[in-house]
Design a protein around this ligand. Structure first.
Ligand code: UD1
Length: 378
């Protein structure tokens, strides 16, 4: 079985790691790792590869930043010869970023099967670029690996044949579980005081000056009660500068490596975020999470977990924060199959899958081969 994994942005890296590792344990699997280069800063990319023990990508498409159209088109254009050369049985794509949809669309066009890891999530908000990416990718995918039952439900409603859909659990939690001992070590030397950990990068929150100004003001209010730890995404930092806003009192940090960031999450009094993955990580860790969005594609974090949606409503943020400070934070449970074994379940499904191609690709050139763990990467 020949698999190409396509990743590109920070939230993809913790998802591919457990799948690579699980497939390494299987006989007769050749894996190729393609990084689109959507995220390229060391602290947005390389450091995650190191901490997650992911081998260096076999191919880096180095697309960099750009408009959605340009980035998506560039990934498709640069990925095409790689797929044609490697002739994989399946290309696996992860999450909901532009790299995900670009790879899925390219594969559908050249007739190579696609597997979508983290399928079926829906915010039902088509102003979110990720929602478009999710909808298109799931329509094109031949195998859909869902993290929670709501994903299966959404896909059924959209007419995706049941046999394509596999409830495997949450691969991102696999990475968290694997690195938990390291996270605990970091936590010991961590901060003892109470703090709010903040992340913010959604276009809907940071691309409009009035909205961003309002959120920064709310965070300043929070800082009256709690120290703020705010590792800022490059997009957010750039917008603050562009809009001439003052975030000095919030003392922005650079983006943090994975283990250090998880350790900070674990020790936080509250996490305030607009990220998707962090809603899940806080639910797993049992840490209160206030999400600066009015919807979520991860409803299980609200129904079962510790997540509360506060949107851009500063009053609601305040009242939820007060509850947390008074020790009345929402209690949560870890969702079904968020157990550290989702990657293995994906490998099981792939092992039993009948692969087929819709078109004939040219003959595969034998590329350089190298070792990953005890398995050859092709
Ligand atoms: C992307 C994903 C989003 C995900 C987020 C995690 C899409 C549509 N969005 O958003 O779902 O939650 O990644 O971080 O795919 N930049 C750098 N260095 C980098 C990467 C980006 O400076 O390594 C800057 C660039 O100015 C770029 C901007 O950040 O224009 C936005 O990057 P982009 O990849 O377009 O989207 P994200 O906001 O990171």
């Amino acid at each position: 079985m020949r698999i190409i994994h396509v990743v590109g942005a920070r939230p993809n890296f913790m998802k591919v790691a457990p799948v690579l590792r699980a497939l390494c344990q299987r006989q007769g699997v050749t894996q190729t790792l393609v990084h689109t280069g959507q995220h390229y800063d060391t602290n947005m990319s390389d450091i995650f590869f190191q901490q997650l023990d992911i081998p260096a990508p076999d191919v880096n498409l180095a697309v960099g930043s750009g408009t959605h159209a340009r980035q998506t088109a560039e990934i498709m254009t640069r990925l095409e010869p790689v797929v044609i050369e490697h002739k994989p049985d399946m290309v696996l794509v992860y999450g909901d970023v532009n790299s995900t949809v670009a790879a899925a669309l390219l594969c559908a066009k050249v007739g190579v099967q696609v597997g979508h890891v983290e399928a079926g999530l829906r915010s039902f908000d088509r102003t979110m670029p990720e929602e478009i990416n999710r909808l298109v990718t799931d329509q094109l995918a031949d195998l859909l690996f869902t993290p929670s039952e709501d994903g299966d439900f959404n896909l059924r409603k959209e007419g995706i044949p049941r046999e394509k859909v596999h409830l495997v659990g949450n691969v991102m939690i696999d990475s968290l579980v694997r690195l938990l001992p390291e996270i605990l070590c970091h936590s010991k030397d961590g901060l003892s005081k109470r703090y709010a950990l903040v992340t913010l990068h959604r276009p809907s929150n940071v691309d409009h000056s009035e909205v961003l100004k309002g959120i920064l003001k709310s965070l300043l209010d929070v800082s009256q009660d709690l120290a703020i730890m705010f590792p800022a995404h490059p997009r957010t930092r750039r917008r603050i500068a562009e809009f001439g806003l003052n975030a000095e009192q919030l003392q922005l940090l650079d983006p943090l490596p994975y283990v250090e960031f998880l350790a900070l999450q674990r020790g936080a009094t509250v996490v305030i975020t607009d990220s998707g993955g962090i809603q899940e990580e806080t639910t797993y860790l049992g840490v209160p999470c206030l999400t600066l969005r009015s919807n979520t594609e991860r409803p299980v974090t609200v129904s079962s977990g510790t997540n509360v949606l506060v949107g851009q409503d500063s009053q609601k943020l305040r009242s939820e924060l007060v509850k947390i400070l008074q020790g009345k934070a929402k209690k949560g449970a870890v969702p079904h199959l968020w157990d550290g074994h989702a990657g293995e379940r994906i490998a099981d499904v792939l092992s039993g899958h009948q692969f087929s191609r819709n078109v004939t690709l040219p003959d595969r050139k034998e590329g350089a081969r190298r070792k990953f763990g005890n398995q050859v990467l092709g």
